[in-house]
Design a protein. Structure first.
Length: 392
């Protein structure tokens, strides 16, 4: 079901509470990567242009009593102010008298940033009291945090459940839903899915769904090793999920030629970028060695399949891309997608990081900001933060 967007409601002179995803990395008290902040700017700028009173809320990291002071939102507010070229008032509470007083004083076009939502113990518990206190600050609620939409927290779901204020998507949320939804519901064909990453166990639901929707599913990363072992290959010291072997056997038996495995691999004698390495057929791996990347023949085979694709959905790297000697397969796939005349959608997490490392984010149709959220969306699960929004 399509959801209403921020353009579907009147926000002029209204208090608009926006759930953003400002869970950004910090280094020495400064934001070291502001891409998530930049991703929210279209929604924030639209609301400011519409003369709304904008109140932003986000979580940041995993606060404990020990690290709490290092996870305050002040550095985020400072960076946001520079990006916007206008003042941002960052508060030291999520709710409370100081917040209520600051909101009451807001004028059209003002911008507040609340403190880290996870400083409130009720956030992750979806506490109704916290949700009601947050809802009392606003006339309109906007969720622009797709990366947190799979969590039923007070700032993503509870605030809607505990109030009757309009609840709509921001532009980033809408872009995510449109891109991922279109890729799954109405793809131009051939539709090729690429699945990588370490584990099969956390992607069984996604693989099952993609095998019913896609024309080909190309496999890479550590999960390929479990498929190899399920075929009877010796993978030596490679990462394998023995508990997932029955699922791997089932998928191999049911998928037919839709499921495509690597034909050669790059192996190493240690889990290290400086390790000795060889390229060999994906058969019996020498004792003491491990698979860390797909090989050049696999890259060519995958490129041949991708050449005709009209829709490509990629989630998960092809190898240990964090090590330069085992990143070639991942970067080759990223470069191939960037050159295709096709709709290219990359799920969040490591595959999005790999595309960014390759400098190719802008050459793809859509790179998701949500790792866990995109995985659950691809699997067909209901995302609480999306379900809570008003239907179009």
């Amino acid at each position: 079901m399509a959801k209403k967007s921020v353009k579907d409601v009147d926000v002029r002179d209204k208090r608009v509470l926006v759930r953003v995803d400002f869970n950004v990395p910090l280094s020495n008290g400064k934001v070291s990567d502001d891409s998530r902040i930049r991703a929210a700017l279209p929604t924030i700028n639209y609301l400011l242009d519409q003369e709304a009173k904008v109140i932003l809320v986000s979580h940041l990291g995993r606060p404990t009593a020990e690290n709490r002071d290092s996870l305050r939102m002040a550095p985020v507010g400072e960076r946001l102010s520079k990006l916007l070229g206008r003042p941002v008032t960052t508060l030291s509470e999520v709710v409370g008298d100081s917040v209520t007083e600051a909101v009451d004083k807001m004028k059209a076009g003002d911008l507040l940033l609340l403190e880290n939502s996870r400083f409130e113990s009720g956030e992750k518990k979806n506490d109704p009291t916290l949700a009601k206190r947050l809802a009392a600050l606003a006339d309109v609620y906007v969720n622009d945090a797709f990366g947190s939409a799979h969590r039923a927290h007070a700032t993503t779901a509870g605030i809607v459940e505990q109030s009757d204020i309009p609840a709509v998507s921001g532009f980033l949320m809408q872009k995510e839903l449109d891109a991922l939804g279109e890729a799954l519901s109405n793809p131009d064909r051939p539709f090729v899915a690429i699945q990588g990453g370490a584990k099969i166990s956390d992607k069984v639901g996604v693989l099952d769904r993609l095998l019913t929707l896609a024309d080909h599913v190309l496999i890479g990363g550590g999960m390929a090793n479990t498929f190899f072992k399920a075929q009877g290959y010796d993978v030596a010291d490679s990462l394998v999920e023995d508990e997932a072997l029955p699922e791997a056997e089932r998928l191999l038996a049911s998928a037919g030629d839709k499921l495509v495995l690597p034909i050669d691999v790059v192996v190493a004698d240690d889990f290290s970028n400086e390790a000795q390495r060889r390229t060999m057929a994906a058969g019996d791996i020498p004792a003491g060695w491990r698979i860390l990347d797909i090989g050049p023949h696999t890259v060519e085979a995958y490129q041949s399949i991708l050449a005709d694709a009209k829709t490509v959905l990629w989630n998960g790297p092809m190898g240990v891309f964090e090590m330069s000697n085992f990143a070639k397969g991942t970067f080759a796939i990223a470069e191939t997608l960037a050159e295709l005349d096709a709709t290219t959608v990359v799920g969040g997490g490591d595959s999005a990081a790999a595309v960014a490392d390759a400098g190719l984010t802008d050459d793809l149709t859509h790179v998701s900001t949500g790792g866990g959220a995109s995985m659950e969306f691809l699997e067909g699960k209901t995302l609480p933060g999306v379900a809570a929004l008003d239907d179009a």
